[in-house]
Design a protein around this ligand. Structure first.
Ligand code: NAD
Length: 277
């Protein structure tokens, strides 16, 4: 006979409503856009959050205060992920401050739009460093702890541009293809250890990163902002609308939860049908 106590009822309710209760989640680039949305979703699901990213300190403090509304611990680490040592230290500080790391979301990213022959080498280096190498450095630092815990969830924010290419985005496309390769490799190395590693591949989401691309693309192609949105950004996205941050948050929270334990090494396209073509 199963005895159901008030305590176990409360615990099951908590597990159902806040399945990430007391997990520690580090979300890189969570001061803005998709990363901020994912940090909110994980806090809502019960996780403690380490916020990372650039920005004005008063705005970041406001962001952290809003995340604390969910009743979890929230702290900010302003590590610059262009620096490999900074990326590793971000993970080590998370573990030092919270005693563990359960969820690592590699989300910080930048973009530059330019034909290959005009692409500034320093922009290439920065995009590869942030969009690809930083994920290697954080994963490398986190894995020994996740292995010791026998559990962990790694999510890499790739892109449809990790699956297919577009012109004028050589560094971004290269970095995102590499990030998917890293995702698959880490998944294979950890498949029997209770750790999952997956890549989310959004189509266009209207965030500050895309807002900046609109002007860059308009310049590169000599067309208006309106033409960039309809004829370039959404031209290949059959839904003809931007993917929303909320749609990505739901997938990230699901990947961190108990029903996604067998999902690893995969890419989840959230692109309004773009890569179905
Ligand atoms: P965003 O510009 O709104 O946010 C980027 C975040 O990265 C910010 O928090 C920023 O402060 C942080 N960041 C930038 N440089 C950093 C550095 N040196 N060190 C630490 N943090 C740094 O961009 P977003 O649109 O929310 O993009 C988030 C991720 O999603 C990126 O990896 C991006 O490539 C990917 N993505 C975005 C779209 C889109 O359409 N917006 C589509 C596909 C993939």
């Amino acid at each position: 006979m199963t005895v159901i106590s008030a305590t176990s009822d409360t615990q099951s309710l908590q597990a159902a409503v806040r399945p990430l209760t007391n997990k520690v989640a580090l979300v890189t680039g969570s001061t803005s856009g998709i990363g901020l949305g994912i940090a909110q979703a994980l806090a809502e699901a019960g996780a403690h959050i380490v916020v990372n990213g650039l920005g004005r300190m008063d705005e970041i403090e406001q962001t952290c205060a809003e995340l604390r509304r969910f009743g979890r611990e929230v702290d900010y680490d302003g590590a610059n992920l262009l620096d490999p040592a900074g990326a590793a230290a971000l993970v080590e500080n998370t573990i030092a401050n919270h005693g563990r790391i359960d969820i690592l979301v590699n989300n910080a990213g930048i973009q530059h739009v330019s034909p290959v022959e005009e692409f500034p080498p320093e922009r290439w280096d920065a995009i590869i460093a942030l969009n690809l190498s930083a994920a290697f450095h954080t994963i490398r630092a986190a894995l020994p702890h996740m292995k010791a815990q026998g559990a962990g969830c790694i999510i890499n924010l790739a892109s449809v541009h990790g699956l297919i290419a577009s012109p004028y985005k050589s560094a971004y496309v290269s970095a995102k293809h590499g990030l998917i390769g890293l995702t698959k490799t880490v998944a294979l190395e950890t498949a029997r250890l209770g750790i999952t590693c997956n890549a989310i591949c959004p189509g266009y989401v209207w965030t500050p990163l895309v807002e900046k691309q609109i002007d860059d693309t308009a310049r590169a192609r000599g067309i208006s902002r309106e033409a960039v949105i309809s004829d370039v950004l959404l031209a290949a996205q059959p839904s003809k609308r931007f993917t929303t941050v909320e749609e990505l948050c739901g997938i990230a929270a699901f990947l961190c939860g108990p029903h996604a334990a067998s999902i690893t090494g995969t890419t989840i396209a959230v692109d309004g049908g773009w890569t179905a073509q």
